[in-house]
Design a protein around this ligand. Structure first.
Ligand code: UD1
Length: 427
């Protein structure tokens, strides 16, 4: 199995092209099921999760054509043409769903277009139980009959979905996306209250509008969707990945380097920029993206709490913790979105970090140095936090279970090596 070897201590200097956002690309691909015409998506990242969802869509009946160069340092992205002329199967099998939770995003589109869906429950996952009850309750309110049987969500709306008011008791990115997609083809008006406002949700809304959907309140926490008879084809470019950009910002900061994140958008990363600013890292808009610098002394310890957008994202919590492990002072990091999202803590401690977890908070007492070690992690963001730590640690860090990184970071080693990191993939 592949591993990544890093010899730490080299400041990053240079440019990193930010890829299209995985978490925007996945719902956009699922939206292709809503129309019998072609949806053309550009700037897609080249990642395993994209292939997993493409395989699922194909078995629902989508024809998928890929063109455009992959990679090129992330500059061009891929172009996918997706056309679901007919839905040939409404079943999303366990085999495919268990590989990736985001597969549940086909539920809303299938029920809306075909009047039924049988989607496997995603099952447990490394970062807590992650239920899908909000997706199910929402579909229920739109008139679908939903039953859980034999590990599957069975949803039926033979006479079509009907608009309704859905008030989410908690903010959910996936449930907002699923219900927004379903509501585009429902009869009448749907209001989604306490909806997620993540840039990926907004990107999906913009694409649905291009396909003919009628959506008001885009970018706010109340979305009003007026159902239409049918959606048509469209062309849409995926937004840049704010989590990838934030990860490289932390990497530049921890090594005392200077990088330009090409294509990154500050408006998607205000909370991250503000927090890094408090820690002594400059993050500012540049002509081609975002410029990040930390020169001079160590970063300062600052507290943070993860929150739904526009707050600080849970998907950058682990990377920020790696940065704080080398801070001057202490930092209290509180995770409010997911339970059990501190799996990186014991591994960071093996590299010399001083971190104590109390419930949903981790107290990080900054140390002057970390030392390389052999480490592994059980999820994507936890794994990349070990890469961030390894870039600054003394000596050699070996990261196992690289397949997690391949789910979310396109060309990770190449992008970091081009900025001077000593990093390579080994067998
Ligand atoms: C998405 C992102 C993920 C990110 C997360 C939070 C994708 C593909 N993934 O995941 O990277 O970390 O948003 O920003 O976009 N919840 C329920 N019931 C539900 C649904 C969610 O209780 O039916 C809970 C979850 O367990 C969690 C919280 O709500 O505690 C937020 O989850 P949600 O926003 O739904 O995350 P995802 O859409 O799965």
């Amino acid at each position: 199995m592949d591993k990544i070897r890093i010899r730490g201590g080299r400041p990053l200097h240079g440019e990193i092209a930010i890829s299209g956002a995985k978490n925007a690309a996945l719902p956009l691909m699922a939206a292709s099921l809503l129309s019998d015409e072609t949806l053309t998506l550009s700037n897609l990242p080249h990642l395993v999760d994209i292939t997993t969802l493409a395989n699922l869509l194909v078995q629902h009946g989508a024809e998928i054509r890929m063109n455009g160069a992959a990679g090129n340092g992330g500059h061009t992205g891929r172009v996918l043409e997706l056309r679901a002329r007919d839905i040939v199967s409404t079943r999303a099998p366990y085999d495919l769903v268990r590989k990736m939770r985001a597969s549940v995003l086909v539920l809303g589109p299938l029920v809306a277009r075909a009047g039924r869906a049988e989607v496997s429950l995603p099952g447990g996952c490394a970062i807590g139980t992650r239920p899908v009850d909000l997706h199910i309750k929402g579909l229920n309110l739109l008139g679908a009959e939903v039953e859980l049987r034999e590990g599957y969500i069975h949803a039926r709306a033979p006479r079509g979905l009907v608009g309704a008011e859905v008030v989410f008791p908690a903010v959910s990115v996936g449930a907002t996306e699923n219900l927004m997609m379903a509501a585009t083809l429902a009869r009448g008006e749907t209001r989604l209250v306490n909806a997620a406002r993540e840039p990926e949700v907004t990107d999906l809304a913009h694409c649905l509008v291009k396909m003919g959907a009628r959506i008001k309140g885009i970018g706010t926490d109340t979305l009003t969707i007026h159902g239409v008879e049918r959606l048509h084809g469209a062309e849409h470019g995926v937004i840049p990945d704010r989590i990838e950009a934030g990860t490289y910002a932390m990497a530049a900061a921890i090594t005392g380097g200077e990088v330009e994140l090409l294509g990154a958008r500050l408006e998607h990363m205000r909370a991250v920029a503000e927090l890094l600013g408090e820690a002594g890292v400059s993050v500012r808009e540049s002509e081609r993206g975002i410029h990040v610098t930390r020169t001079g002394g160590p970063v300062r310890g600052v507290d943070v709490m993860t929150e739904p957008f526009p707050g600080f994202p849970t998907d950058l919590q682990a990377q920020f913790m790696a940065l704080m492990a080398l801070a001057d002072g202490a930092a209290m990091i509180t995770e409010t979105i997911f339970e059990n999202r501190f799996m990186h803590v014991p591994e960071l401690c093996r590299m010399g970090a001083n971190i104590n977890v109390h419930g949903a908070s981790a107290m990080v007492r900054g140390r002057p140095a970390l030392t390389g070690a052999e480490v592994m992690a059980t999820d994507l963001r936890a794994s990349v936090s070990l890469v961030v730590a390894g870039l600054a640690a003394r000596g050699e860090t070996i990261i196992n279970r690289v397949y997690h990184l391949d789910r979310g970071y396109e060309g990770l080693e190449a992008k970091l090596a081009a900025c001077g990191a000593d990093i390579e993939r080994i067998q």
